[in-house]
Write a protein that binds this ligand. Structure first.
Ligand SMILES: [Zn+2]
Length: 294
């Protein structure tokens, strides 16, 4: 491994900076942004005990007592555009995360070559990479497409939960001041070949994006699920990070059922590298058949 390469770990077993895939004329880069882990606490799922979570973690080769998490940013070349989906934690998660720009470079991608950024939702690990530690824009010259329902909730709602107040404040002092923010509606064609699919629940306006070209279909699911052994295998587990756990669970069931039935290739922001594959049905719940990295 060369210096500066991502660390190997359970969510990036080969220590890869990126992986590249082609589907007809869609090119998909999965860029590793970093990984963090935190102590397992009883509140991580509201309807599952810490003991059960621990058993699942150990059965899947994760270190005991820690909640694993990683971030994989999808960048797609489609319809003449190079589009990035979400922007990582940026300067806010270093040194373990914030590797997006370095790993884009490793993939041969220059941020100046991007045509647009499409955001799935406004949780920190998806939008803090849009801003410096001083709240300045990292990509001031790019259109940043955001779900209208998400934008309206975070900028206008007076029902922000207490644990999300600081996040809402940061959003309110940044995004509304940026002239390059473009709101997109449910079901809209955001850009040629990119369709918004409302997948609300993880956050009020969480939205997934379907990439289509010819027979190829790839769904950027965002945070419809966390790591596969958690709520992909167990869609009814209520994740504390889901702002509306019941809605998130029914969205998960709907999206996973659709992806498995239609054979849609999906990406998942927290699935670990390569973070892309086919959703398959299991005896209970769903699983991920990750695509092979070449
Ligand atoms: Zn996330």
């Amino acid at each position: 491994m060369t210096s500066g390469s991502p660390e190997q770990g359970p969510l990036n077993r080969e220590g890869r900076a990126f992986a590249r895939f082609s589907f007809e004329d869609i090119e998909v880069f999965q860029i590793f942004e970093g990984s963090v882990s935190r102590e397992l606490d009883a509140a991580f799922f509201s309807n599952v005990s810490a003991e059960t979570v621990e058993t699942v973690l150990q059965a899947n080769g994760f270190p005991p007592g820690r909640i694993p998490n990683s971030y994989t940013v999808t960048i797609a070349r489609i319809g003449g555009s190079l589009v990035m989906f979400d922007a990582g934690l940026g300067e806010h998660g270093r040194p373990k995360s914030g590797q997006l720009l370095a790993n884009m470079k490793a993939a041969g991608l220059d941020p100046s070559g991007l045509s647009a950024i499409v955001v799935t939702h406004f949780h920190p690990d998806h939008i803090f990479g849009l801003m410096t530690a001083n709240d300045e824009q990292v990509y001031p010259d790019l259109p940043i497409y955001v779900p209208a329902a998400e934008y309206d909730f975070w900028t206008r709602s007076d029902a922000i939960p207490r644990q999300r107040q600081a996040l809402a404040e940061r959003i309110r002092r940044t995004l509304p001041q940026w002239s390059n923010i473009v709101r997109y509606e449910n079901d809209a064609e955001i850009l040629p070949g990119l369709t918004a699919i409302a997948s609300h629940g993880h956050s009020a306006g969480h939205t997934s994006v379907l990439l289509s070209s010819g027979a190829a279909q790839i769904c950027v699911t965002g945070d419809v699920t966390n790591i596969p052994p958690f709520n992909m295998h167990h869609p009814q587990w209520y994740l504390a990070a889901d702002d509306d756990p019941q809605q998130a669970a029914s969205t998960r069931e709907r999206m996973l059922d659709w992806a498995a039935s239609d054979g849609v290739i999906c990406t998942g922001y927290h699935w670990g590298m390569p973070g892309i594959g086919r959703v398959v049905r299991r005896a209970a719940g769903y699983g991920l058949e990750a695509l092979e990295m070449t």
